[in-house]
Design a protein around this ligand. Structure first.
Ligand SMILES: *Cc1c(COP(=O)(O)O)cnc(C)c1O
Length: 369
């Protein structure tokens, strides 16, 4: 028997969440963001559930090739663009669209020696200050790409820094939108602005051609804790499950785990779970981080170690060796532990947990339920 830890990918949930993106941004083409190996899920595991998307967006040409190998013939967008002039040959061969965000990338495109039909997303830095051309240089860059024979189409692109928050005014999404609109004004071409938070919160007001849906597809709320996945009607697409492998009955003053950081106050029963930080569970998680045992919500106890963690099962009936433990996601018994609740107790976000499941954890696909 293998160690009982496993990650389960729920394909129905992915398909459901994609429909939520469609409903929230009607009249938009929805690109499914599958960077970081589909947010840790595995591109091959999510593909059939997401292939009704209008396009895919990711970072690595190697990941783009995997999508082509799966049979995807539609648009693929490289979100950070190309990393060398050489990459343009792959863009031609595999028909990849890409962002242009820097003067270097612009140079590479202008110097491309062969005839090509590049679909380019020209990125404006509207206030995030990571990638993109400053608004005052944007039109000039647009013009030079517009005149470049290798270019087939130009989409105006921006990325909000605060779509999940309350910063609407001066530096928030209104200001960034205004900068974007004012700069592109009368220039022809489609637009692409929204990530998950902008789709869910502002999707019906913001008009553009393509939206880029990432985290919402995977059943994590982009603006948690203000809204939970239940509020947005999203379903978890990944469950990290394991089992109880030992049970300890403890008396007051006894302690649990390395460093004896947890001391028992009243007699309690704990279950030892085959899951630790070497599986991708955050070591920093505080005592009380939520977990489901037999589908019932309880909390962790003491420090997370490399291969194990402890949970309080005092109040849970019928706990035995082999009882199901859900670290995040869905229980076989139907209950749900949103990844956002676990992330909050570990001082992080759902994104990081789902990307962080380690190579020793086997993955399984569930097509129903
Ligand atoms: C990652 C990414 C997205 C998706 O963001 P989510 O918050 O996961 O929806 C959209 N656009 C760009 C440019 C990105 O890098």
């Amino acid at each position: 028997m293998p160690r009982p830890i496993r990650a389960i990918i729920h394909q129905n949930a992915l398909a459901h969440n994609l429909q939520i993106a469609r409903k929230s941004a009607p009249q938009h083409a929805v690109f499914a963001v599958v960077k970081a190996n589909a947010y840790g899920h595995g591109i091959e595991r999510v593909y059939s559930a997401l292939k009704s998307a209008d396009g895919f967006a990711l970072l690595d040409i190697e990941e783009a090739k995997r999508l082509r190998a799966l049979g995807w013939t539609g648009p693929i967008l490289l979100l950070e663009g190309i990393f060398s002039a050489q990459d343009l040959f792959d863009c031609t061969q595999y028909q990849l669209s890409f962002t242009v965000h820097s003067a270097r990338q612009l140079q590479w495109v202008r110097q491309y020696p062969e005839s090509a039909q590049f679909d380019i997303f020209l990125k404006m830095n509207s206030g995030m200050n990571r990638l993109g051309f400053q608004p005052q240089h944007y039109r000039e860059v647009w013009q030079s790409l517009h005149e470049c024979s290798a270019v087939n189409s130009l989409t105006h692109m921006m990325h909000f820094s605060d779509a999940d928050g309350e910063r609407l005014g001066q530096s928030g999404i209104e200001a960034q939108l205004k900068t974007f609109e004012n700069t592109i004004q009368d220039l022809p071409g489609e637009r692409s602005m929204c990530n998950s938070a902008a789709i869910l919160r502002h999707g019906s007001q913001l008009s553009s051609k393509t939206v880029r849906a990432g985290i919402l597809l995977y059943g994590s709320s982009p603006d948690f804790p203000q809204h939970s996945i239940q509020d947005w009607n999203l379903q978890p697409s990944m469950s990290l499950r394991s089992e109880i492998i030992a049970i300890q009955d403890l008396q007051p003053k006894q302690t649990v785990g390395y460093g004896s950081t947890f001391q028992v106050e009243q007699a309690m029963k704990i279950g030892i779970v085959a899951c630790g930080y070497a599986d991708g569970y955050q070591r920093i998680s505080a005592t009380g981080t939520p977990v489901l045992v037999n589908g019932i919500r309880t909390g962790t106890v003491g420090r997370v170690s490399m291969d194990m963690l402890a949970v309080d099962v005092t109040e849970i009936e019928n706990v035995e060796i082999g009882s199901e433990v859900v670290l995040w996601g869905k229980s076989r018994f139907g209950s749900i532990l949103p990844i956002d609740d676990v992330a909050q107790a570990s001082g992080t976000v759902g994104y990081e947990l789902m990307c962080g499941v380690t190579a020793r954890v086997p993955f399984f696909i569930e097509t129903q339920g």
